[in-house]
Design a protein. Sequence first.
Length: 244
Amino acid sequence: DNGRMSGGVMMKFFLAAVLTLCRISMANAENLLIVGEDEIRQAIEEEFVEQGQNQALDVEFFGGQTVFHIENAQKAKILVSGLKTDELQNRFSCNAEIFADGKSYARTNITGRYFLLSEIWVPSQNIQKGEVIAPEMLKQITVRQNRIKPSFVTDKERLAGKEAKKLLKEGKIVMDRDIGNQVLIKKGDVVTVVYRTDKMQITAKVEALGDGGKGDKIEMLNPKSKKTLFGRVIDKDTVEAEIQ
């Protein structure tokens, strides 16, 4: 019994000590002001703007202290100075001074890389193969310019009205090979071919030997003469023949 009582007393002391430590930790947390990477990043980006960089950018840190825990302070301010950039490697360095309630608290030299940002258009939903991309199926996202490749299609005007050649996933950048003109004429369709010259215009019925969208060049077969010819798609019923 004495052992159980002694154990119970010890447990009470232990719980009391834990509660006391928790209260101390909470009190310290209430008096702790944290300056983190987000605040440092914003101050550096504002300094870029001050130096004439009006395009949005993203910053990565390599060296220097970027998190500060300041006790018994109500307000912090960051002063960035001496910003230097290497445009070939997109590197930067600068000095940052942290002020707490108007007094200098710490200084650090920060190095890192910066990346220019661009707004691009991507699908706002999954677009199935064969679907025509409507403007409301697109949304804007922000990406680093160095991630945009020549094969990417990122303009709304170049995406809207095109036909998906494969499943286009929501939020993913579209590549040039993933889209094409909307198929207006399909292989096997009977369409009207138009021959135009300065003096006359002749029409005839032909069979399409391949698929084509507006402006695409397709091959056709004249069922009467059994000759093949080429032309450019005007609409779903008409092809303008190339004069040979």
